[in-house]
Write a new protein. Structure first.
Length: 299
């Protein structure tokens, strides 16, 4: 495909998407004659359409066109048709591909379902040129060609563009809308200023989290054991405080009396011991004096 032709096709698809609201994937309706022609010329119909419109397509074929292919008994063409999605036309019996495709494309004088038509029928293309917003593709030998916009389509495109240019000028409330929009924008700007985050204060930062040793993952059993150990340490480490109660005066007097009795008994015991010692010394002295007198008599 030449660059000029590809560029013009790209522009046409852009206007179809913006003006007539075509959406991707583009719905392409293929008739029986184009499938038979592609099979005879050994042309890949799917790749050719993709290369032409330069957008992702989705292929459809009507039930009437499938019936025409079955009547032709061309098995390769039937296999190509089976790869496409069936589009219910709702006709009683089998109509010609011309009447069938025209009935589903032109609904109340417009392309309601945004179809792109791939056909080799010249009469069908002539009738569909009267409907605005219907892109047409046909095959010239082994080259796929997309027709330029018809007069009906160009008229609608110009009307839409003119409406965009002069729509605001002819509207009596144009200035009010602009003022309201400006007020809304100013309010939005004020809200954004209020919502601006505060500057962070510079200060000491924590350690690098990558350099800190990670804590080991503990199981619930280990947690329970740690709790028990911690409870035991708390009970053992804490010393019990002894309460010091103040003694009453009666208790103090009783204690003093007990001390006095103890001291008196000790004094008595000391006196008794001294008396016994003195009595034991006296007979010893008497015996000594008697022996001395006896020795003197003998002499």
């Amino acid at each position: 495909m030449k660059q000029k032709r590809a560029k013009s096709y790209r522009k046409q698809m852009h206007t179809l998407q913006t003006t007539f609201k075509f959406k991707t994937p583009i719905q392409c309706v293929v008739d029986s004659e184009s499938i038979l022609h592609a099979e005879q010329t050994k042309f890949d119909l799917v790749k050719g359409v993709k290369r032409t419109i330069q957008v992702e397509p989705k292929f459809f074929i009507t039930q009437c066109c499938i019936n025409h292919l079955y009547e032709s008994k061309n098995q390769p063409a039937i296999e190509i048709a089976k790869t496409m999605e069936k589009r219910r036309c709702g006709h009683k019996g089998t109509l010609s591909s011309h009447d069938c495709i025209k009935s589903i494309t032109c609904v109340n004088g417009e392309n309601k379902f945004r179809y792109l038509i791939v056909t080799q029928d010249e009469n069908l293309r002539k009738s569909l040129r009267k409907v605005p917003g219907v892109p047409l593709i046909y095959m010239n030998r082994s080259v796929m060609i997309m027709e330029p916009f018809s007069f009906a389509t160009l008229r609608v495109v110009k009307m839409v563009e003119a409406g965009k240019l002069t729509g605001g000028l002819n509207n009596p409330n144009a200035g009010k809308h602009l003022r309201d929009e400006k007020d809304e924008e100013s309010v939005d700007d004020a809200d954004k200023k209020d919502e601006q985050p505060k500057k962070k204060r510079k200060g000491p930062k924590g350690p690098n989290p990558l350099s800190i040793k990670k804590k080991k993952a503990t199981t619930p059993d280990q947690k329970q054991q740690k709790k028990k150990e911690d409870d035991g340490k708390d009970t053992d480490g804490k010393k019990k405080r002894k309460r010091s109660h103040k003694k009453k005066t009666a208790d103090i007097s009783e204690a003093q009396a007990a001390d006095n009795t103890e001291t008196s008994t000790e004094k008595k015991v000391e006196k008794d011991t001294t008396v016994t010692e003195t009595t034991s010394e006296k007979p010893e002295k008497e015996t000594g004096s008697k022996t001395e007198t006896a020795t003197e008599d003998q002499t």
